[in-house]
Design a protein around this ligand. Structure first.
Ligand code: FE2
Length: 293
């Protein structure tokens, strides 16, 4: 990410409105051919980045999640048999996939230049054989925010499905356009909403914003659905997971992928004051400018 001293001062930065692309980000959206994803996020609240990275990386991710996961206590409600929380910094494949340039560009588009990593959790889902419908109910991911949600999106979730994702295989489902209501679904909404499945291939990434209503379908076929849910957040929201301990690990940071300092908020002013020195003003000025982009 840009060092603090290289960014325009806040009074010189041209503020970016909701769903707009900054002049600084535009060349990357062109280079990575992401305008269709941005159009879908604006219109529907979700999208799919096709071939966001080499498919072999999704195989490595699958191995990482299966290695790091622990069995869930009760798989009967959803068919999720294993889970692996707090994944950033624990496996090279996860760090690499979390910092893929196309992913970082879309996270920046939706959550701003100073976005950070929020939550990185893997899950393993098998065929649903329990009672009930086995679905994960519709919700908005930024559900701990006040309503109406701000026009600027606060939380963005990327879903990396290691085996791809199909309707019968237990795909994420979404209610297109529901992000415009800027609130979570009500009980009545749950009765009338008509979600659609997001289908992906290995190498694709499904992505949705913090306001759109979505859930997960039950897996109705044999085999395994292995996914990483990676959450990115706007500067002023509190990250769900605390990965800041990684910043203190010099050996780790020396070999971490480009982009990790961004996800860990290394250039931000939070928690920089000490009994001897107040907040790092260079970092504060960086944040004041980056928050508007
Ligand atoms: Fe969700």
């Amino acid at each position: 990410m840009a060092e603090a001293e290289t960014l325009e001062r806040p009074e010189e930065a041209k503020p970016v409105g909701p769903f707009e692309v900054s002049d600084e980000l535009r060349p990357r959206i062109d280079e990575f051919d992401l305008w269709d994803v941005i159009a879908s996020l604006r219109e529907h609240g979700y999208g799919v980045i096709r071939q966001a990275g080499p498919p072999s990386l999704w195989d490595d991710l699958r191995e990482a999640i299966h290695t790091l996961s622990t069995p869930t206590e009760d798989a009967s409600a959803t068919g999720i048999v294993g889970s692996a929380p707090l994944l950033l910094g624990r496996h090279p494949a996860i760090d690499r996939i979390a910092t893929l340039p196309k992913v970082m560009a879309i996270a920046e588009f939706s959550c701003g230049k100073a976005m950070r990593g929020g939550r990185f959790v893997g899950s393993i889902k098998h065929q649903f054989k329990g009672e009930g419908d086995g679905a994960l109910g519709l919700h908005a991911d930024q559900n701990w925010m006040p309503v109406p949600f701000p026009e600027h999106n606060l939380v963005m979730t990327f879903c990396f499905a290691c085996e791809g994702m199909t309707h019968a295989g237990g795909a994420t489902c979404v209610v297109p356009g529901s992000h415009r209501l800027r609130r979570p679904p009500t009980a009545k909404d749950l009765e009338t909403a008509e979600p659609v499945a997001i289908e992906t291939e290995k190498g694709d990434v499904a992505v949705w914003d913090g306001a759109v209503w979505h859930g997960s379908l039950p897996r109705k076929i044999p085999g395994t659905r292995t996914v990483l849910h990676a959450t990115y957040q706007r500067l002023y929201t509190q990250p769900i997971d605390d990965f800041t301990y990684l910043l203190k690990d010099e050996a780790y940071m020396a070999s971490a992928p480009e982009g990790m300092r961004q996800l860990l908020g290394a250039e931000l002013f939070f928690h920089t004051a000490t009994p001897e020195n107040d907040v790092d003003m260079k970092k504060f000025m960086y944040a004041a400018a980056a928050a508007k982009l």
